[in-house]
Design a protein around this ligand. Structure first.
Ligand code: SF4
Length: 75
């Protein structure tokens, strides 16, 4: 199991996370920011627990995000 978190308010909408991890990210056409699919929001941070299958792609998203607002942890 992994935990992905997203500090969404700081998202600049570059789309890199969607390119490398399309199973867990999509662009929101209303505000141009990324959505972490099915994540729960708390105080501006969106969190998703998901399977290890998504680890490698989301580690890449964590690395590639230009504003460093994606965190991935193995739990
Ligand atoms: S890579 Fe980062 S800044 Fe770019 S869309 Fe994804 S979360 Fe937003």
């Amino acid at each position: 199991m992994i935990r992905i978190s997203h500090h969404r308010i700081k998202c600049i909408g570059c789309g890199h996370c969607v390119e490398v991890a399309p199973n867990t990210w999509q662009m929101n056409e209303l505000d141009g920011k990324a959505n972490l699919i099915l994540a729960k929001e708390k105080k501006g941070f969106y969190t998703l627990l998901t399977s290890d299958d998504e680890l490698d792609s989301n580690l890449e998203a964590q690395q590639i995000c230009p504003v460093k607002i994606i965190q991935v942890q193995k739990i």
